[in-house]
Structures are given as structure tokens and as C-alpha cells.
Ligand binder design. Structure first.
Ligand code: SF4
Length: 486
């Protein structure tokens, strides 16, 4: 059984009848594995540490509480609880070193703790986390009849912290992004690519660091999609991405293949070394997922080195989640409908999902179905995607149109992601051009114009013009004939 420290004996919890063996309770380090909990990808925390808890007698209560929490919560949640309750212990040991019984904790002590947190000039977010952890600890103990300590009033302070949090902008202002993009070439290449992915897609950092090597998918029009696991709901999802970003991901795939051949299954990796003499040292790839915090460290290193400051001259502190808010804010400013933003960012709200489903079913489904009925190239050949589910997903195609817009006025460009067009946009003579039924009228009008131009070119004996326009006419005939077959 857990060994008490005599001076704090009355503060001890009875943990002798719990299901784990004595050495488990005596141990001051618990691993996620022995608790049967999974670690979120990219998380560097895999253990819970109990050594430095003060007052020492509080350790048994915290262990009892944390063990109780592990039965219903993720490891990261429990680790957060532990940090919060440790902060309370630190306060108790400083302000009430002689406290010997947990039931001595009362409203006055808890109020003093709140005032202490505020005096530390902590961010409202941190204050809220600490208060929540304490409230959960006390609610659990009261509910389980471990002790009886009033704690309802803590909710008011949590609400106050919440209001303060809402007043702090969570997105990254344009000026900060401009400064980031101005200097980000000083980051290692793989980290630069991580920044580009998170800037466009607003992934959670755990989703970013654990992207699979084969995360790119393409529909029949050549549009690119990112496939990944939503870390909160542990489900696979797909979102449309720009051609430029697909190019960035291809470059990262080449990097990973060059470094690890086929032995590594993720798109991004960690580095052997990180900082040397306060500089970001060369990135020495190691076949492991990068810890989430390391990604923030890179950005904050850049922020300090190049003095990336907000409008009041304060150095900007990056946090990966700010990119998520930035993407959401940018979409709202670009008038992307609310339900599309929810779908894109993977917010799980049944109400919003049903609104979305209603709109899709009643007004847009037909349009989208027509649009993806058939995709052809300039030879009139029907193009099939390796991922037909992308073509057939009304949701995804609608989202792609909403977010990325149309690339060409009469169709799509299926140029590989790491190439730029060098054909002077002569799409109707290009093997990478794709089009579909929704552009049929445009093709017919262009055929009429081409016939007129061809007639004039022939009359004037403009050989080059005749040749070009005959090629264009041939492509248009192929396209129109194939599309009209339906
Ligand atoms: S010419 Fe070809 S590569 Fe260039 S934009 Fe048109 S379809 Fe794409």
C-alpha cells in the first residue's frame, strides 16, 4: 500500500482497496500503457509524474482521483487534470504548509487560490484549465464520498475566464502571417511544408504530424484531396486542397522516400537534433512522428529570432491551433457558408449537419450530380479516377467548388501537382485538360467562334492560324460528341 508521510497522515486517501497492486500505488510514475490508455499521435507526454506534488500527503488523493479519471477519459485529458491539480497543491504548500486534513479545504482557501492564480498574470485559458481541474477533482471526491468540500462557486470564475478568453483573438492576424511567410525559409524544409499544410487546411496539429504518406487523392477532373484521420473522432476524412498544396505534399513525399526509402509510413517525421547554440540546427530526419509541441517550438523560435510582433510590439506566440481559427475566420470572411466550414474543419454538430444535408438534398444535388456525370479529355475519352468515391461524393464536390472555385473557365486542369503550366494555357490542345457536362454550352459557343476564325484564316491563307484552330476544333468536336452522348 502507499506509504504515508507521518506529518501529513490525515491528509491521506485510502487507496488500499483499489484494483491495482501495491507497487503501482507506490510508484511515482505511471505510464499510459499500464493505465491501458492510448497516446494521441504527436503527443510527447506518455507518463504521469507524481514526485513533485506538494503537500506530500496530497499525492494519495491525486493518485486516487487520477486513477478514477482514467476509466472514462483519454490520456491527454488525465494529464491535463494532473497539471491543474498540481498547481493547486503548490498553492496549498506555499500558503497553508500545516494543512493536515483534506476536509480543512474550504471556500476561503479556494477563493484565495483563485486570487493567487490571477496575481500570477496567467492567461485566462490557463486559469480556466486550472480551475476546471480543481472543480472536477472536488466534484469527483464529493460525489464518491471521499470528502465533503463545497465547490459550486468555482463555476462562476470559470465563466469569467471564459468571457476573457472570448475577447482574445484566436486567429493569426494578416500582418503576423505576412511576417511568418517572410521568414519561414529559415525553418527546415519539412517544417516549412508543415506550415504550408496547416495554413491552408487548418488541421489539428495531431492530424498534421500523423498524416499518412499516401494522404493525397485525385478525382477525375484532376482536383486534389487530402485524406487524414480526424483525431477527435478517430475517423477518416477527406477535404479538397489546392494544386499548389498538392505540389508541396508531393515534394515532402519525395523527401521521405529519399531519406527512409519505403520504411516509413507517415508524411512528416521528427528530427534527431533540434536546437544547437540557439539556432535551428539542420533537420536530421528520424523515422518518428514529430512531437506536437516541437512544431510550436519551431514557429516560436522563428518568432523570437525575427522579432515577429503584433501591432502593440509584443512578440507573437504561435500555437498550432491558431491556424485552425485563422482558416475558419478566412472562410467566413470569404462568405463560405457556415455548414461548409463546419464540414471542412470537421466540427461534429448534428444540428449543423442536418442543415447541410437539407441544402444539399434539395437544391444542389442535381447540379452536382450532373457536374460529375462524366469527365472527358480533349480526345473525348472518359476519365476515371482511382478514387471514384471522391467523384461520387456530393458533399466533397460541393465543398471543392465552394472552397477552391473553378480553375479554368471551361473545365479543369489535371496537371500533376508539382508542375506549373508551360503551355500558355492552350487547354484545348493539352492532354491535361478535363471538362464535363456543366461546360457543354461554353464548348458549343467556342466551336461556333472557332469555325468563324477558321474560315477567316483559310480565306487569308494564315497557315499557322489554320493549324491551331483545326486542332482546337477537333478537340471541341471530341468533347461535345462524347458529352452529348448522354
Ligand atoms: S494548358 Fe494544360 S496544363 Fe496548362 S492550364 Fe490548360 S490544362 Fe492545365
Amino acid at each position: 500500500m502507499f506509504k504515508p508521510e507521518p506529518s501529513n497522515y490525515l491528509l491521506l486517501a485510502d487507496i488500499s482497496n483499489e484494483s491495482k497492486p501495491t507497487n503501482f500505488w507506490n510508484n511515482h510514475v505511471w505510464t499510459a500503457e499500464e493505465l491501458g490508455l492510448k497516446i494521441t499521435p504527436g503527443s510527447s507526454e506518455t507518463k504521469l509524474y507524481f514526485h513533485k506534488i506538494k503537500p506530500a500527503g496530497l499525492v494519495s488523493w491525486i493518485k486516487k482521483f487520477i486513477f478514477y479519471r482514467t476509466s472514462h477519459n483519454a490520456f491527454s485529458t488525465v494529464a491535463g487534470d494532473l497539471k491543474g491539480i498540481k498547481a493547486f497543491g503548490l498553492f496549498l504548500s506555499k500558503s497553508l504548509p500545516n494543512l493536515i486534513n483534506i476536509n480543512q479545504i474550504n471556500e476561503e482557501i479556494i477563493t484565495n487560490y483563485y486570487l493567487y492564480l490571477r496575481q500570477q498574470n496567467y492567461q485566462p485559458g490557463l486559469i480556466k484549465k486550472y480551475l476546471l481541474a480543481l472543480k472536477i477533482f472536488l466534484d469527483t471526491g464529493n460525489g464518491q464520498n471521499w470528502f465533503n468540500i463545497p465547490c459550486q462557486f468555482i463555476s462562476n470564475w470559470i465563466r469569467t475566464a471564459d468571457k476573457e478568453i472570448k475577447q482574445i483573438p484566436k486567429f493569426i492576424p494578416d500582418d503576423i502571417l505576412r511576417q511568418l511567410n517572410q521568414h519561414f525559409e529559415f525553418l527546415p524544409d519539412p517544417v516549412q511544408r508543415m506550415v504550408l499544410v496547416i495554413q491552408e487546411c487548418g488541421l489539428r496539429v495531431s492530424e498534421l504530424v500523423s498524416l499518412k504518406f499516401n494522404c493525397l487523392q485525385q478525382d477525375s477532373t484532376g482536383g486534389w484531396f487530402l485524406n487524414f484521420i480526424r483525431s477527435k473522432i478517430k475517423k477518416e476524412d477527406v477535404i479538397p486542397i489546392s494544386n499548389e498544396l498538392a505540389g508541396v505534399i508531393k515534394a515532402q513525399q519525395d523527401y521521405i522516400r529519399n531519406v527512409f526509402a519505403k520504411k516509413y509510413q507517415y508524411l512528416f517525421c521528427g528530427s534527431e537534433r533540434y536546437f544547437k547554440k540557439r539556432e535551428v540546427h539542420d533537420f536530421i530526419a528520424k523515422p518518428q512522428i514529430m512531437p506536437s509541441q516541437r512544431f510550436n517550438d519551431y514557429l516560436n523560435w522563428l518568432s523570437k529570432k525575427f522579432n515577429i510582433c503584433d501591432s502593440s510590439g509584443v512578440i507573437w506566440h504561435f500555437h498550432s491551433h491558431q491556424f485552425r481559427h485563422t482558416v475558419g475566420t478566412r472562410m467566413i470572411n470569404n462568405n463560405v457558408p457556415h455548414h461548409i466550414i463546419q464540414r471542412y474543419l470537421g466540427h461534429s454538430s448534428p444540428t449543423m449537419t442536418s442543415v447541410y444535408a437539407y441544402i444539399m438534398d434539395t437544391t444542389l444535388k442535381k447540379e452536382i450530380n450532373d457536374y460529375h456525370n462524366k469527365v472527358v479529355n480533349i480526345a473525348g475519352e472518359v476519365i476515371k479516377s482511382k478514387f471514384p468515391e471522391l467523384d461520387n461524393s456530393t458533399d466533397l464536390q460541393w465543398m471543392k467548388k465552394q472552397i477552391l472555385g473553378e480553375v479554368l473557365p471551361n473545365g479543369y486542369c489535371a496537371l500533376p501537382a508539382d508542375f506549373t503550366c508551360s503551355k500558355g494555357n492552350a487547354c484545348l490542345q493539352c492532354g491535361d485538360f478535363r471538362t464535363s457536362l456543366e461546360f457543354l454550352d461554353k464548348h458549343k459557343k467556342q466551336r461556333e467562334r472557332t469555325l468563324q476564325v477558321l474560315k477567316a484564316a483559310k480565306a487569308n491563307n494564315w497557315q499557322r492560324q489554320v493549324q491551331i484552330n483545326e486542332e482546337v476544333l477537333k478537340s471541341l468536336n471530341n468533347i461535345i460528341n462524347e458529352l452529348e452522348q448522354d
